[in-house]
Write a protein that binds this ligand. Structure first.
Ligand code: NAD
Length: 423
């Protein structure tokens, strides 16, 4: 038996054929990663290195893991959320020689156990999503020696980068990390179009209800929120945005949405989507105001955006599962409120995540970012770095090439004109 099969903690290796089909499907729609994987096979940038990938373990992530493995690495994966793991995909990864520690729907304690098992794999490089891997590494004194060995890594999302930056500001970050989320080719497309589409896909397939003619409340008008609001409008909903930032609120109004405080929006919404990276953004006051039959979902990284304790309090524990991924809370006054996917990322807990073509760009940045850390690690300090501009524009150019779309080049005259101050 291979060591990956022996060492892994997964639901069932027999699910592998189904998972392999899912990986094969996305691979057909990820031309950038195909090209990078072929290049990695030739150049072996990670030869002899150990890499841990802590991400949502579905098919696109699996293909990223296989691309890194093709570059000569030994790879282990663990989940970045207890509900986003697809057991068949994880089984297929293990069959491909990747060690995996992840089971869909495991407990929080098991989730942390899996992260620790992955860290015992003793990585040289890491890919993190939300910061749990990095935070476990930095807070456990028995991992102090390991910290010195790690060359560096990449972080996927807004929330993880906030956590990394606060670790960096305290002078405690022990290796360089690349903030993949902050690349143009990430947040402009993944956060906006990826989250925008997949959140409504998750809500619609879970509820089987119509969006058109209803009121959708989007809490937070950052890159993800803009996409979620744009797609809600396209589906025919009336869109209300809630914000704490006056500039984002003005932007939402100019984009054609209504803006109001959450306590007021609570009375109007049929669907709610939180996407702030902040806690209790639908807190007890808003939940007390909420309209009968409201459907609540979260797309922010952690399940803290909708106050689950307040929901339990208002319903006095009167909760039941009424459909896969839908819990019904019946308030003491008889109102019913529905929570999707346990308040975890609805597009992943109750869907397949972003479309493959979108994740192709994000994971191209991850793969090239990791190679950059591998090559430049010794010259980087222990800080959070942006994705180098050359990598960002390389990914955009590759995307255009795979679409067979050409763009213009500056003429010498134009370049001179743009750089002159006296003309
Ligand atoms: N579901 C997914 O697949 C997915 C994809 C990318 C990012 N994310 C996560 O989504 C979250 C948001 O990411 P982003 O890139 O849009 O971040 P962002 O920083 O661009 O936007 C967050 C917005 O929320 C607003 N906000 C903060 N507190 C608020 C409150 N109490 N009420 C209303 N608005 C509030 C901020 O002003 C900001 O405009 C993060 O947790 C990120 O990690 C999820």
């Amino acid at each position: 038996m291979s060591t990956a099969i022996q060492d892994s903690i997964i639901a069932d290796i027999k699910l592998a054929p189904e998972g392999q089909l899912k990986i094969d499907w996305v691979a057909q729609h990820m031309p950038l990663l195909n090209e990078i994987k072929a290049d990695f096979e030739r150049t072996q940038p990670f030869k002899g290195k150990r890499v841990i990938i802590c991400l949502h373990l579905e098919a696109k992530t699996a293909y990223l893991a296989l691309a890194v493995q093709a570059g000569g690495a030994e790879v282990a994966v663990c989940a970045s959320n207890v509900l986003s793991t697809q057991d068949d995909v994880v089984a297929a990864l293990v069959k491909n020689g990747v060690t995996a520690y992840a089971i869909h729907g495991c407990s929080e304690a098991e989730y942390h156990q899996h992260i620790n098992k992955a860290l015992d794999f003793d990585p040289d490089l890491i890919i993190d999503d939300g910061g749990d891997l990095v935070s476990t590494l930095h807070s456990d004194p028995k991992r102090a020696d390991q910290l010195k060995k790690i060359i560096g890594g990449c972080e996927e999302t807004t929330t993880g980068i906030l956590r990394l930056k606060s670790l960096d500001a305290e002078g405690k970050l022990s290796f360089p990390m690349i903030a993949v989320n902050d690349a143009f080719c990430k947040y402009l497309f993944d956060n906006r179009y990826g989250t925008g589409q997949s959140v409504w896909d998750g809500i619609m397939r879970t509820t089987n209800l119509v969006v058109s003619g209803k009121t959708a409340v989007v809490v937070g008008y950052g890159w993800c929120g803009k996409g979620v609001a744009m797609r809600a409008k396209g589906l025919g909903a009336r869109v209300i945005v809630t914000e704490i930032d006056p500039i984002k609120a003005v932007e939402a109004i100019m984009d054609g949405h209504e803006v109001m405080p959450i306590a007021e929006a609570a009375k109007h919404g049929d669907f709610f989507v939180t996407v702030t990276g902040n806690k209790d953004v639908i807190g007890k006051e808003a939940l007390a105001n909420i309209k009968d039959g409201a459907i609540l979902s979260n797309a922010g990284h952690f399940d803290v955006e909708i106050s689950k304790p307040a929901l339990h309090e208002l319903s006095n524990g009167n909760v039941r599962t009424v459909r896969k991924n839908i819990e019904e809370f019946t308030y003491t006054d008889g109102r019913r409120v529905f929570l999707l996917g346990d308040g975890r990322l609805v597009n992943l807990a109750a869907g397949d995540g972003h479309p493959a073509e979108v994740m192709d760009m994000t994971f191209a940045l991850q793969a090239l970012g990791l190679r950059h850390v591998m090559e430049q690690g010794a010259s980087l300090e222990n800080h959070v770095y942006s994705v180098p501009a050359e990598i960002d524009s390389y990914v955009a150019n590759l995307r255009l090439k795979t679409w067979n779309v050409g763009i213009d080049k500056l003429s010498e005259e134009q370049e001179r004109y743009l750089n002159a101050w006296a003309e």
